[in-house]
Design a protein around this ligand. Sequence first.
Ligand code: C5P
Length: 285
Amino acid sequence: MDKIIVTTNAKINLSLDVVNKREDGYHNLKMIMQSVDLSDTITIEKSANNDIEIKTNLYYLPVNETNIAYKSAQLFFEESGVEVCGLKIDILKKIPVAAGLAGGSSNGAGVLKGLNQMFGEPLSRERLMEISVKIGADVPYCLMGGTALAEGIGEKLTQLKPMPKCKILLVKPPFGISTPRIFSRLKVERINYRPHTKGIIDAIERGDVLGIARRMYNVLENITGKDQLEIRKIKNRLIDNGALGSVMSGSGPTVFGIFDDEQLAKKAYAHFKEKYRDVFLCNPV
Ligand code: C5P
């Protein structure tokens, strides 16, 4: 196979809890992850010259060895023993960048999966998941997708029952947030309210959309500093527009609301689209 096209989904966090800080600087987390049908498309093609050439539709993304797709391709060759060859990787981005939606991590996962398929599956699914954490803490989850509990730094995964049918409206404020910056501001001992993770898992098991939406909580929301005002405003507006619950995803700044009524969700989409550029009406996948 000389060419493969993969689509890579965005994720949201139905909940995000920080358990403690580790010696290596990372944090142990407890998060419920859900993939949504907002995706980037990656075309990978073998090429005659021996470079990894990256192209994207976003001019401000790096196309050198710091791009997550480049790192993933390098890691694939290192780990699989497949003889290094030239590649052209074209990334069509729709998932906003630095948004808390794991756009970069999902691209990394897509390149690993795509190359593994392209070269006849030299790495098992388990091995792929194992090595993928070297690219980023959310990459193992992105390989798995669906509804999952993520623990450790994000790499210890438990698949959950699929999220019940609902509409998920994503609204990204007009700025990005750097994940390392958010984590560096966090004082774990100061966290005084945490999500009831088990309660959300039980609600997922029951297929109870309202039960999930009401319990959604993200401990990182309170440390977004000056951005917090805008994030709060969007959260409140989502509720005013009929969302059953709303919360920030990951390290932000994207906020999402859960709807059980499609018409209301569409009306809310139109409302937010007048004020914000990055607004997406999604389904859980
Ligand atoms: O692994 P990834 O590159 O996605 O993580 C970005 C940054 O987020 C890390 O450098 C670290 O500062 C922070 N982080 C953390 N604990 C995690 C995941 C990420 O402190 N579990």
